[in-house]
Ligand binder design. Structure first.
Ligand code: IFG
Length: 536
């Protein structure tokens, strides 16, 4: 709800300003210069912005009478106001200040948000300035404004993220930031099949990944252990195929209303949801639900173990493609983003020749829904439709690197998810209480210390769409475990996707990372306090 500044406030504000101006000389006479507050150090930002400079002597503190002003042309006004309201509602909670949001009446607002910036800022770029007069965030789009406000939140003391009222001061170091992302695809994948996570739990993950300018949420919605998204034309997929999870505990699934809520919440955080229906392997939940989908007409039992590669859709049967046509249609209707992920990994029980037949047929059913095809790297063995994306999940092995190059060679884009660096279910070290280690132990430094553009030899940088950090949940059955494995490493992958290559320096990053600790404490994030980081 947008409250316009009431004239009464303008008079009282002017009154306050006059009083402050009159008082200043008095204070100046009586307060020795040395008492001027020292400039707060420019706080550590993750992802590191393209450019940031401290403005000495330009610190600014939020005031009880601070006002958030929005200026935007009409087509983006609603989105811009929504962003302003999100910021204000959080800061009202932690500061106790009213922080009204107004459609900018010049001079009233000391926190100015604008989407009238130059088109040169691009889709996600922004400029941010803190000086004695206040704060300004300027972008060319609501998404860019959201990214800039995300930075603004990191410039405030961590307690600004608190759910309850905290004591001030609410000081911002004087700074000028000009920023835009290196890669357009900066993803986090959440496997809700091995263990089911509720809408509320997915929202919590969205809250956390969006703090680091992640812009894609890849949901792994179907696998051997559980089918998690409603398909009205094949109801047993969820009623039966979604009933369990790894370990045999009750599973769950998202009704269309549930999924719509996830989509809405993700959009509010400027995240595009990419739904994945893994095929032709990783399909036991579907095969158990409908006997006719199996080549032998016999439905296998539900599976609650953690093996992979034992299931396959029946490539030879027509019903397989009728099934996928219905599934992709209903999933595409539920996810407005431009990408649908058809999986394609570990099809160890699909004849290779059948795999080469299957993927193009499945891909055609995705493009029929006007979606871009995305799939794990193995799909690069087949001719891919224009606009396809292959997701690399190699461990520096020659075969995976070759698949990535093959994808690029046919004009597909590549998203980098190296399992030995970006898989957040990998143990940090031998003492990590959960997670897997098939791709090796991945400590915080290893997860950060790679450069997307040079990871795979002879992969043209123009083919790299960006990076994604998957978290597989065979061993992760609740949010605490998820947060422990995802943080701090997700922040590092987010930086690799956003920041310039020149910014990628472990020693400097490690120090900035340590400063996130207080923020994660305020947000009650159950992060792994890696001993090598100076958490503060
Ligand atoms: N590989 C499997 C996942 C999951 C993972 C756990 C891919 C693409 C191992 N496929 O990663 O289903 O089991 O780390």
């Amino acid at each position: 709800m947008t409250r316009l500044a009431r004239p009464r406030r303008r008079v009282s504000l002017a009154g306050l300003l006059t009083a402050a101006l009159l008082a200043t000389p008095l204070i100046a006479l009586t307060t020795p210069a040395a008492a001027q507050p020292a400039d707060a150090p420019a706080p550590a930002l993750i992802p590191k912005p393209a450019s940031q400079q401290a403005l000495a002597g330009e610190d600014y503190s939020l005031k009880p009478w601070s006002v958030v002003g929005v200026s935007s042309n009409s087509k983006e006004r609603r989105a811009a106001l929504r962003i302003a309201e999100q910021l204000s509602s959080q800061l009202r909670r932690s500061t106790g200040y009213p922080l009204p949001v107004v459609l900018l009446a010049p001079g009233v607002a000391d926190i100015k948000l604008s989407t009238n910036g130059p088109a040169s800022l691009g889709a996600e770029g922004y400029q941010l300035r803190v000086d004695r007069k206040g704060v300004g965030v300027t972008a060319a789009t609501p998404e860019g404004l959201y990214r800039g406000v995300t930075t603004l939140r990191q410039l405030l003391p961590a307690k600004a993220d608190a759910k309850t009222r905290q004591a001030g001061p609410w000081r911002l170091a004087g700074t000028a930031v000009a920023d835009s992302p290196r890669f357009g695809y900066r993803g986090a994948m959440l496997d809700v099949s091995r263990h089911f996570f509720s809408v509320a739990e997915v929202k919590r993950y969205i809250d956390l990944i969006s703090l680091y300018k992640i812009n894609k949420l890849h949901l792994h919605l179907a696998d051997d252990q559980g089918w998690r998204i409603q398909v009205d034309s094949w109801p047993r997929l969820t009623t039966y195929g979604g009933s369990l999870e790894v370990g045999g505990t009750p599973g769950g699934s998202y009704s269309k209303a549930d999924f719509a809520e996830i989509i809405r919440y993700a959009a509010d955080h400027y995240l595009t949801v990419i739904p994945e229906i893994d095929t032709p392997g990783h399909t036991n939940a579907a095969l158990a639900s409908y006997a006719e989908l199996n080549c032998n007409g016999v439905a296998p039992p539900l599976y609650t173990g953690t093996n992979v590669g034992f299931s396959s859709l029946c490539v030879a049967k027509d019903i397989t493609y009728e099934f996928l046509d219905d599934v992709f249609r209903e999933v595409a209707e539920q996810a407005p983003g431009d990408v649908l992920h058809l999986g394609g990994d570990e099809a160890h029980s699909t004849q290779h020749s059948d795999y080469l037949t299957f993927v193009p047929k499945a891909a055609a059913l995705v493009t029929k829904q006007k979606k871009r095809v995305m799939g794990w790297q193995e799909i690069a063995e087949t001719p891919l439709p224009a606009g396809s994306i292959a997701q690399y999940w190699g461990t520096d092995d020659a075969r995976s690197q070759e698949l990535a190059r093959k994808a690029a060679a046919q004009g597909a884009k590549v998203v980098l998810s190296p399992a030995n660096r970006a898989y957040l279910d990998m143990k940090y070290d031998a003492s990590t209480p959960y997670g897997l280690d098939w791709a090796g132990l991945v400590n915080v430094e290893k997860s950060y210390s790679w450069n997307p553009s040079t990871l795979i030899p002879n992969l043209p940088e123009s083919a790299i769409a960006g990076v994604e950090a998957p978290i597989w949940t065979e061993t992760l059955d609740d949010l605490d475990k998820l947060e422990y494995m995802a943080f701090p490493r997700l922040a590092g992958v987010a930086e690799l996707g956003w920041s310039q290559a020149s910014a990628l320096d472990w020693t400097a990053y490690k120090d900035r990372l340590g400063a996130q600790g207080s923020r994660w404490d305020v947000l009650s994030v159950n992060f792994f306090r890696a001993p090598e980081i100076n958490w503060r």
